[in-house]
Ligand binder design. Structure first.
Ligand code: ZN
Length: 129
């Protein structure tokens, strides 16, 4: 488990980096390190032939996986789905998930309570100029 490098932080924002994605390895969670209150976000990587260490599901959180590099398979319950750079997968809390890597995968996982987002983009953004 890694932590991001915090570049700058105030009460109202935090700037961090996980470094170069070509050499990123392991798993880095951002919520606590960056004081994020609305979601847990992690960067993960798997080397060729590796898989996540266990299948899991969640009690109330939906997950969105965004695959940045590589290719492999995500198993959702009993269904295998090929994933590659650019793939995005949303998974409901009760669905069992496991990722297997063919070629070095780097991905982001966003975890937030299913159904919790009530306003977004133009219903939440306030244009200033
Ligand atoms: Zn999860």
């Amino acid at each position: 488990m890694n932590t991001p490098t915090i570049k700058q932080t105030t009460d109202n924002y935090c700037v961090a980096t996980v470094g170069n994605l070509n050499t990123f390895a392991g798993k880095t969670f951002l919520k606590e390190a960056m004081n994020i209150s609305s979601a847990e976000i992690s960067f993960g990587s798997l080397d060729n032939g590796e898989a996540t260490p266990f299948s899991h599901h969640h009690k109330q959180n939906e997950e969105i996986y965004i695959f940045l590099k590589g290719d492999g398979t995500i198993t959702l319950d009993d269904t295998d789905i090929n994933i590659t750079e650019g793939s995005i997968v949303r998974v409901s809390p009760s669905v069992s998930r496991k990722i297997k890597c063919n070629n070095r995968l780097v991905y982001i996982c966003i975890q937030a309570k299913q159904g919790s987002l009530t306003q977004y983009t133009m219903t939440d953004g306030v244009i200033e100029s």
